[in-house]
Design a protein. Structure first.
Length: 67
C-alpha cells in the first residue's frame, strides 16, 4: 500500500492511509486476532457477516431497481 505525501502535508497522508486501511479491513482483522476465537464462534460470525452483506445488497438493489 502506498500513500503519497504532497507539500509536506503528513497529516493528510496519515488520514488517507487510515481510510485505505479501514477500507481493506485491516483494523477489523487486528481486533479479531487479539484473542483466540473458537471455530464455532468464527463460523457464526462469518455467517452473520454474509447475511448482513446479502441484506445490504438486496436493499441497494431494491432502492436502485425498485423490486
Amino acid at each position: 500500500m502506498e500513500v503519497l505525501v504532497r507539500d509536506n502535508n503528513v497529516d493528510q497522508a496519515i488520514r488517507v492511509l487510515k481510510k485505505k486501511l479501514q477500507r481493506e479491513g485491516v483494523f477489523r482483522e487486528i481486533k479479531l486476532r487479539r484473542s483466540f476465537e473458537k471455530p464455532s464462534e468464527r463460523r457464526a460470525r462469518e455467517k452473520g457477516e454474509a447475511i448482513r452483506r446479502t441484506r445490504k445488497l438486496l436493499r441497494k438493489r431494491l432502492e436502485r431497481e425498485g423490486y
